[in-house]
Design a binder for this molecule. Sequence first.
Ligand SMILES: [Zn+2]
Length: 109
Amino acid sequence: MLILECPYCGVKAEETELHGGGEAHLVRRGPDSSDDAFESYLFQRQNPKGVHFERWRHAYGCGKWFHAARCTATLEVFGTYSAQVSEPPQQIRDRIAARRPGWSWSDQG
Ligand SMILES: [Zn+2]
């Protein structure tokens, strides 16, 4: 069972209390971007076996969106943080790098 801590209200919520919102940190593309970039923004998503950054909503709690960093293979949660940032906080990246030697944020995307 996946349990994530909402970074806003501090509740440790089971997956059934949350609503998944897909991949986090997508770079939005506007109508003036190339067709390939816009198609990629709309349809291309990562589906890694390993470290993944996701959007979640505390649907049966405070209702706010947040981001979670977790491993899709082991369900290990590296941390949750505000959805108001464009990159994971350094503290989360350090935690992942400590648990997954060789992992780097720059390798994502
Ligand atoms: Zn909450």
